[in-house]
Design a protein around this ligand. Sequence first.
Ligand code: K7E
Ligand code: CUA
Length: 764
Amino acid sequence: MIKMNMKKTVSLLLGLGMGLSAASAAWSAETLEQVMKRRGLTQKDLLAAAKTYTPTGGRDEYIVISSGGQSGQLIVYGIPSMRILKYIGVFTPEPWQGYGFDDESKAVLAEGRINGKDIRYGDTHHPAFSEENGDYDGRYVFINDKANPRIAVVDLKDFETKQIVVNPFFKSEHGGAFVTPNTEYIMEATQYAAPFSDDFVPLSEFNDKYRGGLTYWKFDKKEGRIKKEDSFVFELGPYSQDLSDAGKGPSYGWGFTNSFCSERYVGGIEKGRPPFEAGCSQKDTDFLHVTNWKKAEELVKAGKVKKAKGMYLIPMKQAIAEGLLYLIPEPKSPHGVDVVPDGSKIIVSGKLDTHVSVYSFKKIMDAIKNKKFAGKDPYGVPILSMKDTLHTQVQLGLGPLHTQMDAKPCIAYTSLYVDSQVAKWDYCKGKVLDKINIHYNIGHLMTMEGDTVHPDGKYLVSLNKLAIDRFNPVGPLHPQNHQLIDISGDKMQLLYDMPIPLGEPHYAVAIKADKLKPEIRYKSGWNSRTDSKSKWRTRAGREKIVRNGNHVDVYGTLIRSHITPEIIEVTAGDEVSIHLTNLERAEDETHGFAMYNQNVNLSVEPGKTVSATFKAEKPGVYPYYCTEFCSALHLEMQGYLLVAPKGYKATGAVAEGQKYTKADYEKQVKTNLETQAVIDSVVAFITSHNYKDFPPVVALVEDATDQLGFAEEAKKKSEEFAAKGDYQNATLWAGQWWQYQVKTADLGLRAKTYLEEHGAKKVK
Ligand code: K7E
Ligand code: CUA
């Protein structure tokens, strides 16, 4: 058996010789104290650094899904390292992921069309994880679009957007996405009132024809899709409904939705009317909407609710008659509404009130049971009194917005927008415990699994609206600032500032990392957007080009380092569909596919099949290539689309380049035999260890076996040509044989390294 170190092996495989220089610069001898002095760091800074610094290869304890604001995307990052891991394309195309470029994801984005129009942005606000018994189950995440009322479903198996639903009644929304404790429903409440119809309605009819609403989207967890036909919508008064939250524990079956501008004021500054902001903040209180979704669901199932626009619509009259809808005054221009983990209380913050108001669910139920109403709103909805339903009010500071929960009972954190602070307080006793300054203008805040029935506490992230002087300046448009705060002790401690350079991330949710079990590859030939086998999947050796009238289907494959087919010939005017399957099974072996001038840009992860359909209008030469640096010969992963003018007769002839002789052939074969010896040594290492106990290694070995099979085929071809004395083709096929060997060895070495780093044991 040949013994070789890794560097030497790689050099041989890449034909580099042993010229790699030894590591040059010695580590500087600076001490910790010297570094602290040079960088102006304090002991406190060091402590904060030690709490967040994650050495190479280290993992985070929590995974955050943050809204990406106007980017229409989601942002994934880790806590405590605050390292960004991914952006997920949701409402907008995302080229890296091929999202909005392949036919499969275009179909998802097309679900989000409104009135036949492509919506090319989204305003994402509130991500929500799916739940089981009030705890995150790590399966899905939902996100709303405030500007164009839509909800999207992202599957955490592959962090891809699978579905977008459009709310057919709303013209604006904000109170989503919030889930009920078993993800029975996803809540989505309107923001700005508008007619439920799609026609013109003058503002003089605002009170009668403009409406707010609250949708409970039915979610099928098994299928992973929203069922529009089983979803229902509450018609609500034309108040500006705001955030929502679902009840849990004793309040299970109920939902809570804020509102502002219950004045129903319509501005018109250009006509001399006082603006919205004046008219919408006159009253001291607005309305907390209390809805009974469980009972509404029963009515729907009993066939007592009429359908409109493909879903169930519960008119206000019916909601009132059936006892599904109540209002409670809440101070003043409220924003966040948050149900505490045990479900007994509901915390509301009024932006223009220095208090947070804690409502008792029991008191709310008692008042409803005893029909103790303080009055009715203009639409006849019963109003409970604040006095009858309040548990307590606590003065926290200026501009309280949102509240998150600690692992410790009764402890909550509320953001104070105007004060630029986080307040830690006790909602049972009504006492302020601690405050910390943030930079600047905090919006939402988030604790670990803080929305669940079992919050983890530990860390808090302050999602600040302004970054101002926190980072190196990058022009008038600043990033936003997510600040990580340690909440494990009595006093909150600021640990880290992370700039978020992608829209305004309103809200974020954090899940324990070990609850997520994403896949490393797709089943071979997989349509990831429909979660089913693609009808365009293609196996190795079955690649083909099929013409059907003016439509050309290309069944292609991708594997290191070639695209099959390498030449595609069509005629101007043809519609071309290129279907590509990535044959790789190894982790992280994604291939891209980009083509000149056709807006074709694909990301094909291992196992995936994607398609790109376009019209080849203009005769010309259109090179294509792989966009992911997947292998040493990645740059050679290329091809041509030839669009011939109508009437052109293709001969298939190709110009010849370099000529090869018998000597060239023999030289290549010699290299190949040496390489085979290296492969044999790596194989011997792997098979002499318990590699089958390591699934990533098994995947690498499977891939390597494939590559070796291809090498065998290429070897045979080269030998056949050599036997005929055709050293041109013999040499080229011998070169291809070597290419497959290199890939085999590359995979083998990755497997070997993995085994060495993960303490594999010798078995024989
Ligand atoms: Cu910005 Cu929840 Cu949309 Cu508050 S929201 S800050
Ligand atoms: Cu495949 Cu580069």
